[in-house]
Design a protein around this ligand. Structure first.
Ligand code: CA
Length: 232
């Protein structure tokens, strides 16, 4: 079963999460500090998802997120943020988190977020006969879950990969924010639509060059991807 790391200094919250994860047959690892979390992740690189509390003693959840993201681009990261800390959510996402959940949360909500993120990590490739998508200088290898631009690998998070996969299947078509949210996060997602914008900003930064951003904003609507720019 997928291995999930809980990083939370409050023992009561940690055990509440743990009990619920075990009930859903996940394998659980626990850390009470960021330092401990990084050590654990280095020992057990097969962790699928890290649940990261923001307020931790020592290095905080943002720093842990950043470090884990650099070392493990394919790791799923969900931030556990305090109520009303809107800036925290956006900062976490900007640093590479895939999602956030606001405390206090119900076990159902947490499980839904985890299940949705696992779907993204696994990408719906099994029923897709096409394993390699190419356009312009981009090629997306769905088996390796890797994106290449001019044969150089571009490290994308699981969520960014899922979005890019969607773009590749809908090149030159304007996709609405809602559409992207439903396709990537799932229709049962009850978070903020800003997650779409933050993730797209991150992808753009990674794929843009001096001539092109490749992802165009469609004002008041969403985004359009154009990978093949040769005829411009
Ligand atoms: Ca805490």
């Amino acid at each position: 079963m997928p291995k999930i790391l809980i990083v939370e200094d409050e023992e009561s919250i940690r055990s509440f999460i743990k009990v619920n994860l075990i009930r859903h047959n996940y394998t659980v690892l626990e850390a009470a500090s960021g330092e401990e979390a990084i050590e654990l992740a280095n020992k057990q690189p097969d962790i699928k998802i890290a649940l990261l509390d923001v307020m931790l003693p020592g290095i905080d959840g943002f720093a842990v997120c950043q470090q884990l993201r650099e070392t493990y681009p394919q790791l799923g990261i969900i931030m556990l943020t305090a109520k009303g800390q809107e800036a925290d959510k956006i900062e976490g996402l900007a640093l590479g988190a895939d999602d956030y959940i606001v405390k206090p949360f119900s076990p159902q909500e947490l499980m839904a977020r985890i299940a949705a993120l696992l779907r993204r990590i696994n990408l719906p490739i099994l029923n897709d006969p096409i394993k390699l998508l190419t356009t312009g200088s981009f090629s997306l290898n769905l088996l390796e879950k890797k994106l290449y631009k001019n044969d150089t690998e571009i490290n994308l998070t699981p969520t960014e990969l899922a979005i890019f996969n969607l773009f590749m299947h809908n090149e030159n078509i304007a996709l609405s924010r809602d559409n992207i949210l439903n396709e990537v996060w799932g229709t049962d997602y009850f978070g903020d639509i800003k997650v779409v914008d933050v993730n797209i900003r991150r992808i753009r930064k990674k794929i843009a060059d001096n001539e092109h951003t490749y992802i165009e904003s469609v004002w008041g609507y969403g985004y359009r991807f154009q990978g093949d720019v040769t005829d411009e």
